[in-house]
Design a protein around this ligand. Structure first.
Ligand SMILES: [Fe+2]
Ligand SMILES: [Fe+2]
Length: 287
């Protein structure tokens, strides 16, 4: 039996009741003159990763095989992630009617596989898995907030606003389960911190680079270095200090540290500089 069953059911119910749909997006306000072709490329890539939520839910359901409440939450969560993919893909197809989402998504999932057959978390414990989910939701919530602020296209802005709100809620959902599992598994601060660091380091692995490739470069050969650089140069350029500050607060909280103290102020300054520097270096490398 999983921990926090009643609360888990209640959270899942609220999630289902209040969720937006694609019909809530004001598609009629689309303004082609405000589309940035660079943003289009990363939106296509994001639609791939989001639409793959179902496989990640299967992995989570195996890891939490005796916690039906968490499995329900994971399946509801995945439906929302897939919907993010559908909203982004629809926007991308309006901008570029030649965008064939189904073909691109097949290319992506043929080349990038989530280890759905596993019965133990890649992170060494369920708590580690939940820390890693918190890191991912930190990344997505800050990314869609940054993208929302970076685009002037009204429909994409609205889509990103909705998605970012979901991602912040997903973080809270996984964070609540993390607290319950930390106590149940007796996972200490060192293992918790290690899980966070390992997931942050993975952010430059294959998933995003392959999604960027599959969504944008059907006729070319996959080259990890080339596509991760191209993706990150664009993605990092959207971030401004408030997005970074909030993200760092969420990461600190997920490892049990004070979210908004001096450490946050220091890290926000440092990461803001680092991202600016990396965008410049990546731009030079792409030339
Ligand atoms: Fe998402
Ligand atoms: Fe999410």
């Amino acid at each position: 039996m999983g921990v926090g069953a009643t609360r888990g059911r209640a959270t899942a119910r609220v999630t289902r009741m209040q969720h937006w749909t694609l019909d809530d997006i004001p598609w009629e306000r689309f303004d082609r003159s405000r589309v940035d072709p660079e943003i289009l490329k990363v939106v296509k890539a994001a639609s791939m990763v989001e639409a793959n939520g179902g496989d990640y839910a299967r992995y989570l359901c195996n890891i939490f095989h005796d916690d039906p409440e968490f499995q329900q939450v994971a399946n509801d969560w995945a439906r929302e992630e897939v919907q993010h993919g559908m909203a982004l893909a629809r926007w991308a197809a309006i901008v570029d009617p030649t965008f064939d989402f189904d073909a691109a998504f097949k290319r992506f999932t043929d080349g990038f596989k989530i280890e759905t057959w596993r019965t133990e978390s890649l992170r060494g414990s369920r708590s580690g898995e939940l820390v890693s989910r918190c890191i991912v939701e930190t990344g997505t919530s800050s990314y869609y907030s940054a993208l929302r602020d970076a685009t002037d296209e009204p429909v994409l802005k609205e889509i990103c606003r909705n998605i970012a709100a979901d991602e912040f809620r997903h973080y809270k959902l996984f964070y609540n389960y993390l607290n319950r599992y930390l106590a149940a598994e007796g996972v200490g601060p060192v293992r918790r911190f290690a899980a966070a660091v390992s997931r942050i380091r993975e952010s430059e692995d294959d998933e995003l680079a392959y999604a960027y490739y599959a969504a944008n470069y059907a006729d070319e050969r996959y080259d990890h270095k080339r596509f991760i650089r191209a993706y990150l140069r664009r993605a990092y350029s959207f971030y401004r200090p408030p997005h970074i500050q909030r993200g760092i607060g969420m990461i600190l909280k997920s490892v049990g540290l004070t979210p908004n103290g001096r450490l946050n102020a220091f890290l926000t300054k440092w990461v803001s500089r680092l991202l600016r520097f990396r965008v410049q270096r990546l731009a030079r490398a792409e030339m």
